[in-house]
Design a protein around this ligand. Structure first.
Ligand SMILES: Cc1cc2nc3c(=O)[nH]c(=O)nc-3n(C[C@H](O)[C@H](O)[C@H](O)COP(=O)(O)O)c2cc1C
Length: 358
C-alpha cells in the first residue's frame, strides 16, 4: 500500500511523485492539422490534477504520413508547438511529469486520412502499403528525433517511443512484416536498429535530464515473444532509456505462445536484469489489488488506461480508500462528460465494446 504512493526516481530528470502513470490514450480530440484543442487540453490536465505522477499524451504522429487516427495530436511541425507548450506547462504545474508519446502508424495509417498509400518496412498487400527506401527509413528515424527535440522545446520532461501495437517500429521488429534486406531487415539486431538509432539520436540531441522511454507489446501483430524479450534485454543492458513500458493488455495473463505458457507474461519481463532502467506495465489495472499484484511481481510502476478514463482522479481515489472500485461498465455518456471527456472522445469510446451505455 505504502509503496504505491512512494516517489520513483529515474536516471534522468525529475522523479515521479507516485507509481501511477496515465497510459497513452488516443482520444480523437485534436484539430485536423494536429494542433491541440481545448477538449484535449482539458482531458489531460484534469488527469494531472487527479494525482497521476506522470501524464502521457496520446500517440502523437511524427510525420504527417504516419497519422493513424482522425483528430490525432501531431508533433511533426513547429505549428504544434504553442499547444504542446501550453499543455506541458499546465501538466507540470500540477506536479505531474509531462511526456509525449511519439508515434507513426506505418501501414496502419488509413489512406483516406493521409491522402496517400501508407508506408511500411516492406510492401504489404493486405494494407496496400509501400516499402520505405533506405533513405526514407533514415528520414523516419530523423523525424522521431526531431519530434523529441520539439517536445523538449515545448517544455515536456520527456518522450516515450511507441514501439508497440503493430505500428511502424513494431512493423520493423516483426520478422513476418519486415522483409527488408538492408541494414533495417533480417536479423533482430537490424530489425531493432530504428529503435536503437532513435534512442541514440535523442540522447545526443536532447538535454541530459530529458526522460526517454520505450513502449513495447509482446503479442499479436506478428510479433515474436522471444524477440520482444531480447529487445527488452537489449534496452535494459544499454541503459540509455529511463523506463520501459510493457503494454500487456492484461497484466495477469499467460502468453499466447505455447512455448512460453505455464507462467505469467509479466514474469518474462520482471525477471530480466533491468540495471538502472525502470519497468512499468499496463493492462486491466482497475483496483488496488491489481496495482499491488504488479508491484509484487517486480514492476516499478503501473500505467492506467480505462480506469483513468472512468475516473480522472484514480490515484487520489485509491489514496483515500484502498477498496475503491471504479464505476461499473457500461457507463452513461454523462459520467464521461463529467470526467472531462469531450464529445469526440465519448463517441470513440462508444466503439469500445461494452464501455458506454447505448
Ligand atoms: C481508448 C484507448 C486509446 C488508446 N490509445 C493508445 C495510444 O494512443 N497509445 C498506446 O500506446 N496505447 C493506447 N491504448 C492502450 C492503453 O495505453 C493501455 O495500454 C490499454 O488500454 C490497457 O490498459 P487498461 O486496461 O488500463 O485500459 C489505448 C487504449 C484505449 C482504451
Amino acid at each position: 500500500m505504502q509503496k504505491l504512493f512512494e516517489p520513483l526516481s529515474f536516471t534522468r530528470g525529475p522523479a515521479m511523485k507516485n507509481r501511477f502513470m496515465l497510459a497513452p490514450l488516443t482520444n480523437m480530440q485534436s484539430h485536423e492539422d494536429g494542433t491541440l484543442s481545448d477538449d484535449e487540453f482539458h482531458w489531460l490536465t484534469m488527469r494531472a490534477k487527479g494525482g497521476f505522477g506522470l501524464t502521457m499524451t496520446c500517440a502523437a504522429h511524427v510525420q504527417a504520413i504516419g497519422q493513424g487516427f482522425p483528430g490525432q495530436l501531431g508533433v511533426f511541425s513547429d505549428d504544434h508547438l504553442p499547444g504542446l507548450t501550453r499543455l506541458a506547462k499546465t501538466i507540470k504545474a500540477e506536479g505531474s511529469l509531462a511526456i509525449v508519446q511519439l508515434h507513426h502508424a506505418g501501414m496502419r495509417s488509413p489512406s483516406n486520412l493521409i491522402g496517400a498509400d501508407p508506408v511500411c518496412p516492406s510492401n504489404n498487400e493486405e494494407y496496400g502499403a509501400r516499402a520505405l527506401s533506405t533513405a526514407e527509413v533514415e528520414q523516419l528515424i530523423e523525424d522521431f528525433i526531431a519530434a523529441a527535440e520539439r517536445s523538449e522545446k515545448a517544455g515536456f520532461d520527456g518522450v516515450e517511443i511507441h514501439g508497440a501495437h503493430g505500428y511502424i517500429l513494431a512493423q520493423f521488429l516483426s520478422p513476418k512484416i519486415n522483409q527488408r534486406d538492408d541494414q533495417f531487415g533480417g536479423c533482430l539486431e537490424n530489425r531493432m536498429r530504428p529503435i536503437r538509432e532513435i534512442i541514440k539520436g535523442i540522447r545526443q540531441r536532447c538535454g541530459d535530464d530529458f526522460n526517454v522511454s520505450l513502449r513495447l507489446s509482446p503479442e499479436r501483430f506478428d510479433m515474436d515473444l522471444g524477440d520482444v524479450i531480447q529487445v527488452a534485454k537489449g534496452v535494459f543492458a544499454a541503459g540509455d532509456i529511463d523506463f520501459l513500458d510493457m503494454s500487456l493488455w492484461d497484466v495477469r495473463k499467460e502468453p499466447e505462445d505455447e512455448a512460453y505458457k505455464g507462467r505469467s507474461l509479466i514474469s518474462y519481463f520482471t525477471e530480466l536484469d533491468r540495471g538502472t532502467v525502470k519497468l512499468g506495465v499496463a493492462g486491466k489495472i482497475m483496483r488496488q489489488a491489481d496495482v499491488e499484484y504488479c508491484l509484487d511481481a517486480g514492476a516499478d510502476f503501473v500505467l492506467i488506461g480505462r480506469g483513468a478514463i472512468l475516473h480522472h482522479d484514480f490515484p487520489e481515489q485509491l489514496a483515500k480508500d484502498a477498496n475503491f472500485v471504479p464505476i461499473s461498465l457500461p457507463v452513461k455518456a454523462d459520467h464521461l462528460k463529467q470526467e472531462g471527456l469531450g464529445e469526440k472522445f465519448i463517441t470513440y469510446m462508444s466503439g469500445w465494446d461494452g464501455f458506454v451505455q447505448a
